[in-house]
Design a binder for this molecule. Structure first.
Ligand SMILES: [Zn+2]
Length: 225
């Protein structure tokens, strides 16, 4: 009997019974996370690319390169939600399946509420939602908020980014008690570029719970080549 596959691979558009076909998944150049004990800060290349951050641990799938970059751009700018589901599935399989200790909670990096109302979409929440569903984890989008509307970061230097981001995040008094109830969480963003956004969110959470273990997760890291 001939099986008719109506679904097509999100990358190569060939018929496939999974959202990304196995040829494309096999073709991804993923970070060797087992080699670095689930902490890519031990990878000299990642460490060099994130030289200005204070968080001691980071976990991601790959360098920000095609075709993962194309899937992330399609999610962010065209709100193509199937990409979130597909990327989350790859992340859970390659980054979380063999992880020694899972966090109690995932916090996706928030957008400022004006930006969110404008876009009605936060790609990091979409990705985290699917990661939590597949990995049976909890997600929270209310503890950490973005209180400062920061302008686009892409064209700024690291120093300008940091200035732009100063006090960009906050934990409300009401959320502080809840945050203190956790001892291990993960902060999640779609892409880590210089790491300055993550770094600010990391410090904000640490300020409110200094004993908190905060893992840093993302789909891609932009490596400095
Ligand atoms: Zn494919």
């Amino acid at each position: 009997m001939k099986i008719i596959l109506s679904q097509r691979c999100l990358v190569c558009k060939q018929p496939s019974n999974t959202s990304i076909c196995h040829y494309c998944v096999d073709d991804f150049t993923l970070f060797d996370i087992d080699r670095y004990q689930h902490n890519l800060m031990f990878s000299p290349n990642v460490h060099r690319s994130l030289a200005k951050v204070d968080f001691p641990q980071v976990l991601a799938l790959a360098d920000y390169q095609w075709p993962l970059s194309k899937l992330l751009i399609g999610l962010k700018f065209s709100k193509h939600v199937p990409n979130a589901q597909a990327l989350a599935a790859v992340f859970v399989k390659y980054c979380l399946n063999s992880i020694p200790e899972l966090p109690q909670l995932i916090i996706p990096i928030p957008l400022h509420k004006n930006r969110y109302l404008n876009r009605k979409f936060n790609q990091s929440i979409e990705l985290a939602k699917h990661i939590c569903k597949l990995g049976q984890l909890d997600m929270d989008t209310s503890i950490l908020t973005r209180c400062k509307s920061t302008s686009a970061q892409t064209d700024l230097s690291a120093a300008q980014r940091n200035k732009n981001l100063r006090n960009a995040f906050e934990v409300s008094e009401a959320s502080e008690l809840r945050l203190k109830g956790y001892n291990h969480i993960a902060l999640f963003d779609d892409v880590i570029t210089t790491g300055s956004t993550m770094n600010c969110a990391y410090h904000c959470l640490r300020k409110h719970n200094s004993n908190l273990r905060i893992d840093i997760w993302s789909i891609c890291i932009t490596l400095v080549h």
